[in-house]
Write a protein that binds this ligand. Structure first.
Ligand code: ATP
Length: 266
């Protein structure tokens, strides 16, 4: 089997300012950021850097965004991969990819490795099986246990389903910090809408706090779509600003889309 590289390596410019709401999670992450930024200070005190952080919660709530902001805030290299991309039909390929990913991250340290859909590799193992998936998970455990303190590599895993994960992955020294990333409340929706309309010309009739009230049940990803759709509708109508009616049409569209997928969502 060929050895293709499936992760993306960047130096993100994203910071906590781009992540709206999620105040408690950000506060917890500030500790981790301080660790990465001042590794030596912590080492002198004999403290070990946290290795694995798990973000769990519904889709589109900013897990990927938050992970890249951790890299941005620490000027770290950011490696982003999806768990499903590691699982291959040839035994050993996934494990090899995990090994290569960690090798690169160590070389480019300080690094943040983000593994989305970690449940694709990290789901509970079956007692008697020894398949490709188990080898991939075992390699991930080896990597988590393996790296020493002079390489600053923080691994952030994300999943919609914490309950699916193998206990071994959650043990102390591995993914031992669990942070819930939930859907935004009205205040957070307002902040997210502000972030996503910051660089857009708004008509005077647009009240962001009213839009926040009208978007109950939406995730950050939905809200970002609302702002973008509204802009597109305004362009199609040859307007120079985005008015409340454009937002209302955009909200209707997104809600209609949600109802097709899940009739009970809103
Ligand atoms: P998934 O579980 O589907 O991978 P996710 O939780 O990783 O989703 P992101 O990919 O981070 O979600 O979010 C998608 C987009 O939605 C972001 O790029 C951003 O534009 C917007 N978004 C989501 N949450 C927020 C937030 N809290 N603040 C600002 N923008 C947000």
């Amino acid at each position: 089997a060929e050895q293709k590289s499936n992760e993306i390596f960047t130096k993100p410019k994203v910071t906590f300012e781009d992540v709206a709401g999620l105040e408690e999670v950000k506060e917890e992450l500030i500790e981790v950021i301080d660790f990465i930024n001042q590794v030596e200070k912590y080492q002198k005190m004999g403290a070990k850097i946290p290795k694995g952080i798990l973000f769990y919660g519904p889709p589109g709530t900013g897990k990927t965004l938050l992970a890249s902001a951790v890299a941005g805030e620490t000027k770290s290299s950011f490696f982003s991969a999806s768990g499903s991309e590691f699982v291959e039909k040839y035994v050993g390929v996934g494990a090899k990819r995990v090994r290569t990913l960690f090798e690169k991250a160590k070389k480019e340290s300080p690094s943040v490795i983000f593994i989305d859909e970690i449940d694709a590799i990290g789901a509970k193992r079956h007692l008697d099986s020894n398949n490709e998936k188990d080898q991939t998970l075992n390699q991930l455990l080896v990597e988590l246990d393996g790296f020493n303190t002079d390489q600053t590599v923080v691994v952030i895993g994300a999943t919609n389903r914490l309950d699916l994960l193998d206990e071994a992955l959650l043990r102390p020294g591995r993914f031992d910090r669990h942070m819930f990333i939930g859907n935004p409340n009205v205040k957070a929706r307002e902040e997210i809408l502000r972030v996503h309309t910051k660089n857009k010309p708004l008509a005077l009739d647009v009240k962001i706090e009213d839009l926040a009230k009208k978007t109950h049940g939406m995730s950050g990803a939905h809200l970002s779509n609302v702002a973008n759709e509204a802009a597109i509708i305004a362009v199609r109508e040859n307007q120079t600003t985005i008015a409340i009616k454009h937002f209302e049409q955009a909200i209707e569209r997104i809600i209609a889309g949600l109802q097709v997928k899940n009739p009970s969502v809103l």
